[in-house]
Write a protein that binds this ligand. Structure first.
Ligand code: GFB
Length: 328
């Protein structure tokens, strides 16, 4: 892949997609193909095939997905399974039928068994039952990576699959209920500080451990994979270090300047106890993250404040803000 190549970034307005576009533009890529949800419905196979037939696309990065935190996933398992299955199937099939040279598919660390040995190695895939709170999403992601693998075997394609850990950073979804833990906590601590609340609620027991990666570090790693990785086996991408949610909460308290107490709402699900990944394969490709977790969180909170993300605290605007339809 070089700067003259035509690269289609599916899902360019999301957390990962927007980081990929920043990275590609910074590296001087001149033909980045982008389509918003309104311009191209990735659930419409005919529309996606027509789009690929009308555009000579050299490389595809699939950053499009229906994503969300533990509560959103557990409440909407059919939507997560259906939409992510169809997005993967339409894009991978259209890429295979229209001469795409290389495709990069994005899964998630939740594809691994709930109680697999830690750190998670790529070969642990499908060796045990999944975490129930996000089984729908995980099965869709496993189907997508397996579809890539089978196209490689049957048609000699170069469709690779990366499994990122929990991600965060600018452009994240800060919805109070549907978000992942870092944006959810950041929003909650931010408003608790503003209102001088006596306590702030953190979901679960605080004992699960999570690994986190800043999305700009992910984008650099994905570029390395596009340039140097051709193996059909999935490859993990993460920091390789995890922390208890409780420690994350105290870090967030420090970063937002909150002075009150932290309480844990054990009526909310903990999810999988741990899912730190073995990242030796991608480190062997001479990639490692730049941000420490504290640096990444501070940088993300600065972005939130500079862009007044919480000023317009109205749910409908979150979606429009993230899609770039409105600017604060
Ligand atoms: O990030 P999160 O929603 O998803 O939750 P998972 C991680 C942990 O943080 C859980 C706790 O133990 C939550 O109980 N937590 C504490 C919170 N406070 C909060 C909060 O305010 N919001 C949220 N969301 N959690 C996701 C999967 O699992 O991992 C996705 O559901 C995806 O499909 C993603 O795979 C990478 O890490 O548990």
């Amino acid at each position: 892949m070089d700067t003259k190549s035509t690269v289609f970034v599916a899902g360019h307005r999301g957390l990962v997609g927007s980081a990929l576009v920043r990275m590609l533009k910074n590296k001087g890529y001149e033909n980045i193909l982008l389509k918003s949800r309104d311009e191209l419905d990735l659930l419409d196979q005919a529309a996606v095939n027509y789009f690929f037939q009308q555009n000579k696309i050299d490389y595809v990065i699939i950053a499009a997905a229906k994503v969300g935190g533990i509560l959103y996933n557990s409440r909407c398992q059919a939507d997560f399974l259906y939409e992510n299955l169809v997005i993967a199937a339409t894009l991978i099939n259209a890429a295979a039928n229209n001469g795409v040279r290389k495709l990069l598919y994005l899964g998630s660390s939740c594809i691994y068994p709930k109680l697999a040995e830690q750190p998670l190695k790529e070969e642990y895939l499908l060796t045990g039952p999944l975490e129930p709170t996000n089984e729908g999403y995980a099965i869709a992601k496993i189907a997508g990576l397996k579809l890539c693998e089978k196209y490689n075997m049957q048609y000699g394609k170069c469709f690779i699959s990366a499994m990122p850990t929990n991600l965060y950073g600018p452009g994240d979804n800060f919805h109070p209920e549907n978000s992942h833990v870092i944006p959810g906590m950041m929003r909650r601590f931010h408003f608790a500080t503003l209102r001088n609340d006596p306590e702030v609620v953190v979901w679960g027991t605080g004992s699960p451990r999570r690994e986190f990666l800043h999305v700009d570090d992910l984008a650099e790693g994905l570029h390395v994979l596009m340039q140097r990785y051709h193996d059909p086996q999935v490859i993990n991408i993460g920091s390789g270090e995890d922390i208890p949610i409780k420690d994350l909460a105290y870090l967030m308290k420090d970063i937002t300047g909150y002075k009150g107490e932290i309480v844990f709402d054990t009526t909310k699900p903990d999810g999988t106890p741990r899912k730190v990944m073995d990242v030796s394969k991608i480190k062997a490709l001479d990639w490692k993250p730049d941000y420490s977790l504290e640096e990444g969180l501070r940088s993300t909170y600065e972005w939130v404040l500079e862009n007044k993300i919480f000023e317009n605290d109205d749910e409908k605007d979150y979606r429009r803000l993230r899609r770039g339809e409105i600017r604060l």
